[in-house]
Design a protein around this ligand. Sequence first.
Ligand code: HEC
Ligand code: HEC
Ligand code: HEC
Ligand code: HEC
Ligand code: HEC
Ligand code: HEC
Ligand code: HEC
Length: 409
Amino acid sequence: MNNMKTIFLCLVFLTLLVGGVGYAGTYFDSAHGNSTHGVNRTSTTQYATGNCAHCHEQHASIDGAEPAPNSVSPDPGPDQVLLFSEEETVCEYCHDGNSAADNIQIQFDDKTYAHPTDDYSGVHKVSESTTADMDPGDYDPTNSLHAECVDCHNPHAAGSTVHTAETNTVTATSPLYKVSGVNPPSTAAWVTPAAASYTEKPTSTGISFEYELCYKCHSSWTGPNDPVVRDTAKEFNSANASYHSVEDTGKASAYGTYVNPWDKDSLMYCSDCHGSETSSDPAGPHGSTIAHILKGNYNRDTGKSGQSTSDHLCFDCHDYQTYKAGGTNSGGSGFAKSSGNLHTSTNHNAAVCMDCHSALPHGINRKHLIVLTTDNADYINSAKITSFTNVDDRDYVKLNCATIGIGCH
Ligand code: HEC
Ligand code: HEC
Ligand code: HEC
Ligand code: HEC
Ligand code: HEC
Ligand code: HEC
Ligand code: HEC
């Protein structure tokens, strides 16, 4: 009881000192603060389930094991906020499949492609996401590269309900609730937004959409258009001629055939494509056995004839029969003429998806994610089309997709 009082006072003091977890109500509604299935470290069972002291303790007095003071700049010295351990080791203490239901640790430990959460220490600063005026330099790919669990989750607010398909919002019960992020300005198509024109959303406000979290590190807000960062805000801009519907509903024709529940008006998370290759694993872009942390393959085999690739990424949402296996007249597609679906015509069936569509399927400044041989190398993997004319009424002719010098038509 005495201990509890001390920790409580300490945390009240900490709250005043650091500016406060100014949302006690939120904490009690969060996954961690829940009094029946929230935080409960085995060595601190003298505290009620959900108590702050399962994560914050002074001088490691409870568990008995003093964590080594952090020696790395910019924050040398004991842990700034009296955590029982450092960075991801705090989270993985429980999220290892034992005390918390989801084994997140294994995604980072066992997967070849993962966010570098375990790879950097002493780079993340508590102030990064709590100050009203966020600083892109804190995430700079050259000097400050990192991605800790708390860069993507707010431990005082995270909820337990992962998003449902066809949505892009972050609600009060989301694991991403009240995490910081940035929202890009509305610009013309295919423009790199200036860093100062983004709206910053610190943890006190929190993000409204998952992409605002990702743009904190994967957009022009973080500074130079570094290939590691990738300016995904430019790629998903809804002013572009085509893009996957991460920010806004897409521009696909009404004719496509989708896997239930997807359709042309669906919205999506980045993590509908980026996540574990095993669908029963926890949601989120933690790690995958497939490059670029993808949920399924996308390569020059995707859509290849004589080989089943129905488990590749695209066919999570696009009907395999319509785009590959069903024969002419199967399903509906905007790529058609009076004789039927041109995706499955004999000659096109011999092609693979990225012969005609972007090899990086985020967005491009041309209708229907069609890629030309002259596009930037990032979007090309043996592209075949040299000029494209969009047709709205399912009446494509050969020269709408010229392949001068490549030999198709
Ligand atoms: C699941 C573990 C966990 C629990 C439970 C927890 N915290 Fe924290 N807390 C953290 C971590 C991790 C940080 C550092 C966040 C960062 O680096 O961005 C932190 C940071 C803080 C800070 C400084 C930053 C800020 O947001 O103002 C305060 C104050 C704080 N916690 C107080 C509390 C209080 C009070 C409670 C209970 C109501 C609590 N914490 C419960 C893990 C936890
Ligand atoms: C003392 C144990 C403990 C620690 C430490 C801990 N968690 Fe949790 N966490 C839980 C429990 C228990 C839940 C409730 C759901 C469950 O059983 O998986 C939870 C839920 C969550 C959720 C909501 C999603 C879900 O599966 O319910 C997120 C996100 C989360 N934790 C992230 C973190 C992060 C980030 C850290 C480190 C700052 C952290 N946790 C540290 C025990 C812990
Ligand atoms: C790069 C960002 C990022 C990092 C780093 C990250 N997460 Fe996540 N996490 C996410 C996203 C996105 C989701 C999915 C949210 C959704 O679908 O609603 C998620 C989901 C989760 C869930 C819920 C999974 C489920 O299916 O219920 C837990 C628990 C969790 N993360 C814990 C952690 C822990 C612990 C760490 C560090 C070891 C971590 N995360 C690192 C982005 C991240
Ligand atoms: C429709 C599926 C899809 C969606 C949605 C999606 N991605 Fe991707 N992303 C991919 C594929 C496929 C690749 C790999 C392309 C390749 O092999 O070059 C990729 C590659 C990447 C890369 C690495 C690119 C490189 O330079 O090598 C990053 C970073 C990335 N995505 C971030 C994001 C972010 C951030 C979002 C949301 C704002 C997002 N992705 C949404 C499918 C998707
Ligand atoms: C705090 C910064 C941070 C946030 C937030 C973040 N990432 Fe990352 N991301 C990184 C870093 C750092 C890397 C690794 C770059 C490297 O390996 O050099 C990375 C790598 C990736 C890759 C693999 C790129 C490749 O070339 O293979 C993908 C895909 C990705 N992130 C998607 C996402 C998505 C989706 C989100 C939002 C849910 C997100 N990231 C949020 C920092 C972040
Ligand atoms: C998570 C579900 C999902 C995945 C995975 C996915 N798509 Fe899509 N795709 C959609 C939805 C929904 C639309 C319609 C809304 C829109 O345009 O974004 C769409 C639209 C498209 C369009 C039409 C864009 C336009 O403006 O006409 C093309 C082309 C496309 N996808 C190709 C692909 C390819 C190639 C892959 C595999 C790399 C893929 N998709 C993976 C859901 C997905
Ligand atoms: C020979 C070139 C070509 C190939 C190969 C190709 N597509 Fe297309 N695809 C197109 C064209 C052209 C459109 C634009 C149709 C329109 O104007 O609406 C299109 C449209 C789409 C659409 C938008 C919805 C619709 O049906 O109109 C999706 C989804 C799509 N393709 C997926 C795929 C997938 C998946 C593959 C590989 C299995 C693939 N495509 C292979 C040329 C191609």
